[in-house]
Design a protein around this ligand. Structure first.
Ligand SMILES: [Zn+2]
Length: 191
């Protein structure tokens, strides 16, 4: 059974997650649990603190075409999954206002400045560090998930939870949610 995603008021989401010192079966299993939890919630990313684990682990699943600003070009039948250990952002560039939500605050979105281009570094499940040159949805997801590892939530970026806009009850805009088919949504398109 997939673990519950902690809600925005949970104090566990406010703690700074600890670096992962060694990788083993526990982390491999946690990654797979996080992926299934993220998928069940129709998310594009999940950080370990969201399932109550204070470690610097992140999963991100983005559709092919995620570098496009036009989400009609995203292909959810073909995705790329990232399992990131101790991810850090090295460079941020080309800020713009984009729509963002969080699986820990379903049904709310906000418009905040995020970099369109991100260079990040993380270890993979094999412990080897690699660089990620991201743009578009992947760049946004990296910023959102690494914020979670530092106890920062999208509502902080927006100013407060009250500054966020309520959208459809169970609809979570990106970065953590897959954008539903256009016909299903009346909310703003999520970058
Ligand atoms: Zn989130």
């Amino acid at each position: 059974m997939s673990p519950r995603i902690l809600s925005i008021s949970d104090p566990k989401l406010r703690r700074r997650a600890a670096p992962v010192q060694s990788l083993g079966a526990r982390e491999t299993e946690l990654f797979e649990t996080m992926i299934s939890t993220m998928r069940q919630a129709n998310g594009v990313g999940l950080a370990a603190p969201q399932v109550g684990v204070g470690l610097r682990l992140v999963v991100i699943e983005v559709p092919s075409g995620h570098e496009s600003d036009d989400n009609e070009e995203w292909d959810w039948d073909s995705t790329e999954i990232f399992r990131l250990v101790n991810p850090v952002i090295l460079e941020l560039d080309e800020y713009e206002e984009i729509t963002e939500g969080c699986l820990s605050l379903p049904g709310f979105s906000t418009s905040i400045p995020r970099a369109k281009r991100v260079v990040a570094e993380a270890a993979g499940i094999d412990g080897k560090y690699f660089e990620i040159n991201a743009r578009g949805l992947l760049a946004q997801a990296l910023q959102h998930e690494i914020d979670h590892l530092d106890g920062t939530l999208v509502s902080d970026r927006a100013g407060s939870v009250g500054a966020m806009k309520q959208v459809m009850p169970d609809w979570v805009p990106s970065s953590e949610a897959r954008t539903r088919r256009r016909s299903d949504t009346t909310a703003d398109s999520a970058n």
